[in-house]
Ligand binder design. Structure first.
Ligand SMILES: Cc1cc2nc3c(=O)[nH]c(=O)nc-3n(C[C@H](O)[C@H](O)[C@H](O)COP(=O)(O)O)c2cc1C
Length: 314
């Protein structure tokens, strides 16, 4: 007879996608008799959904630089002090954890709470998650927690197609397929099959041994690695950093003095999404045979991020 454990699940989601993924993933844990306690991460001031162009671009510098303009509402932790496992679910914004997730990890109460806890991070995003997990690892490490697992559910469709479907979804609320465009977001099939990860987590939880959890999750397809997308994400992340600092020189969140620079960034973003990224991907794959010669090292570097073990240094 398995011993029931307590699992706390913190989540932030605008459309419900991240929560849907978590519920599906956690189903085997519920069936195994564990007690799951869900706690929503609620920003002090909500980020409106549907997005307007103004808010969408306004949050960019603070998201990329990890300086949330405001925090989250206090979460009652009294019933989860003795949790055996912490699961955090959310999404990437601007190649970083979303602002509410960053506020969560930066909150002194949460930091204190996470000390010594085993944590699994679940990301439901479009397709760029590498820099998000790097930042999450840093946050968890600073809190003295132990990141034992990382799962990513992402859009299956080609990069450029998902740019358009995500815009239809986030700005116009059109998630369903049209005659031209496929349905936005993580596929229903991928959400359903996230339950396999719950089964793997259950076994590790029972054994109290997290050391090879990530390897097992990876073997089950917890992160699908697309080298071309990772390549453009790394470049994009660097350039976003420069833009974010350039905008912040004119003032903090919602300072009207930075409006012009934000506008410039919005043009740049459209340009890279629709022109540079496809060219970047094309170049990546055209030069793939040559790159293969150098791939060994590059891939090893990327794989380090993917196949880390609990307790690894950040
Ligand atoms: C402001 C903003 C920026 C985003 N940036 C990224 C990104 O950099 N990488 C990515 O894979 N998805 C990105 N997305 C998509 C989200 O990760 C996520 O798939 C979508 O917002 C739905 O999440 P939710 O309904 O669970 O909140 C972004 C979404 C928003 C609103």
């Amino acid at each position: 007879m398995e011993k029931a454990k307590k699992i706390v699940v913190f989540y932030y989601t605008q459309t419900g996608q991240a929560l849907e993924i978590l519920k599906s993933m956690n189903q085997p844990l519920v069936e195994a008799g564990h007690q799951l306690v869900y706690k929503e991460i609620v920003p002090e001031r909500p980020f409106p959904f549907l997005w307007s162009k103004e808010t969408f671009y306004e949050i960019f510098p603070e998201t990329r630089l990890g300086i949330p303009p405001y925090g989250i509402k206090e979460i009652d932790l009294s019933d989860v002090q003795d949790a055996d496992l912490v699961i955090v679910g959310g999404q990437s914004w601007y190649l970083s954890p979303s602002l509410p997730l960053q506020s969560f990890f930066l909150s002194p109460t949460i930091k204190e709470y996470l000390k010594g806890k085993s944590i699994i991070f679940v990301n439901g995003c479009r397709n760029m998650w590498l820099k998000t997990i790097r930042k999450i690892r840093k946050y968890v490490s600073e809190a003295g927690g132990n990141l034992v697992g990382h799962i990513v559910l992402q859009d299956r469709v080609a990069n450029l197609v998902s740019v358009i479907t995500v815009i239809r979804w986030l700005f116009y609320g059109k998630k369903e397929a049209s005659s031209i465009w496929p349905r936005a977001g993580v596929s229903e099939e991928d959400i359903r099959s996230a339950s396999q990860f719950g089964g793997i987590i259950d076994k590790a939880l029972q054994l109290g041994n997290w050391s090879d959890l990530q390897e097992q999750l990876m073997a089950a397809g917890a992160i699908k690695y697309k080298p071309g997308v990772v390549y453009i994400e790394k470049i994009g992340h660097r350039v976003f950093g420069l833009w974010a600092k350039f905008i912040r020189k004119k003032g903090g969140y919602q300072n009207p003095d930075r409006a012009f620079r934000i506008k410039l960034f919005s043009w740049y973003l459209i340009f890279i999404l629709f022109a540079i990224s496809p060219i970047g991907l094309l170049v990546f794959y055209l030069t793939y045979p040559i790159r293969m010669l150098f791939m060994g090292r590059q891939k090893r570097e990327a794989c380090y991020t993917l196949s880390w073990k609990a307790g690894d240094q950040v």
